[in-house]
Structure formats: structure tokens, C-alpha cells
Design a protein around this ligand. Structure first.
Ligand code: FES
Ligand code: FES
Length: 173
């Protein structure tokens, strides 16, 4: 007899909180978080690049910290807050980091941009006023095959300005 999986012995669903919404997904616990986000939840902001944790295209935030979702099993994200690119803003109301990349038109093919934006976002959440050197160092391990690094750095610096401006607008007078 084979050992096929039947509904009665299937693993329990994995409960994920993504962009503030809870989801029960019928995924095997070792499935890469990236695949669950894209295939089960239809969140296509995070991209599949290398699948090895080396390029950064798949970056999401887990409890506010940048993480490479292609090498993180979905079970490791249970009980934690996952944020994807879609969780930073909308087309009508982009978040400040997203707006900075739009303003600077910091893309050629755009495939790396998810990772660039999420990495900058994670940095600015813990350090709202980083130096250019810190930004450069933070983005050092995010790869862009199109050579858009100059514009990406301009966008990262603009994100610092926009985030500060929004914080000033939001603070009580
Ligand atoms: S796809 Fe995850 S780091 Fe490259
Ligand atoms: S803009 Fe194409 S990989 Fe970065």
C-alpha cells in the first residue's frame, strides 16, 4: 500500500498574519514562505530571484525586520507579523518608501525593487535618519542585475526625507 496523504491525515493549516489579516493556509510546514505568499495569498510583491537567500528579491518584513522569504519555512512565520510590499501602501496612497522609488523612477526591469524597498523600509523603521553610508551598507546585499544602483540610492535618500516629512505632518501640533 502507498502512503498517500488523505484529508484526514493532512497537516493542520498554518495560521499566518500578513499585512494585518489572518489567514489559514493548507501548506506543508516546510514550504518556503515566499511560495505561500505568492501562490496561496496572491501577494506578488515579493519576487523569486535566486531562491537561495542571496539576491533579496523576495524580502518581506517579519515583526518589522527584513527577511528573505525564499529560505524561511512558512512554519517559522506562524504567530509573527508578516508585511509584504502590498502592506506598505496602495496604488492611490503609496507609503513614503514606495513614493520615494516612484519619484526617483528607480527601476529598469523593476525585479529587484521589492527587495530594495522592503530593505529600506526595515532600516527606516529602526533608524529614521540613517547616513548615506548606512543606507549603502544596508543595501549592499540586494542585487540589481540592471545596474540601477545610482537611482536606487537616490530613492533611498529621498525615502528618508519623505518619511521625516510624513512624521512631521502626523505629529500633534
Ligand atoms: S529569491 Fe530570496 S534572496 Fe533571492
Ligand atoms: S531594476 Fe532590474 S534588477 Fe534591478
Amino acid at each position: 500500500m502507498g502512503s498517500s496523504v488523505t484529508p484526514s491525515n493532512a497537516p493542520p493549516p498554518i495560521r499566518l498574519t500578513v499585512n494585518g489579516c489572518a489567514h489559514d493556509v493548507p501548506a506543508a510546514p516546510d514550504t518556503a514562505l515566499l511560495h505561500v505568499l505568492r501562490n496561496d495569498l496572491e501577494l506578488n510583491g515579493p519576487k523569486y530571484g535566486c531562491g537561495l537567500g542571496e539576491c533579496g528579491a523576495c524580502t518581506v518584513l517579519i515583526d518589522g525586520v527584513a527577511a528573505r522569504s525564499c529560505v524561511i519555512p512558512v512554519r517559522a512565520a506562524q504567530g509573527r507579523a508578516v508585511t509584504t510590499l502590498e502592506g506598505l501602501g496602495t496604488r492611490q496612497h503609496p507609503g513614503p518608501t514606495q513614493q520615494a522609488f516612484i519619484d526617483c523612477q528607480a527601476a529598469q526591469c523593476g525585479y529587484c525593487l521589492n527587495g530594495m524597498i522592503m530593505t529600506v523600509e526595515a532600516l527606516l523603521r529602526r533608524d529614521p535618519c540613517p547616513t548615506e553610508q548606512v543606507l549603502r551598507s544596508e543595501l549592499h546585499h540586494n542585487l540589481c542585475r540592471c545596474g540601477t544602483h545610482v537611482e536606487i540610492m537616490q530613492a533611498a535618500l529621498r525615502a528618508v526625507q519623505l518619511r521625516a516629512a510624513r512624521a512631521a505632518e502626523d505629529s500633534p501640533r
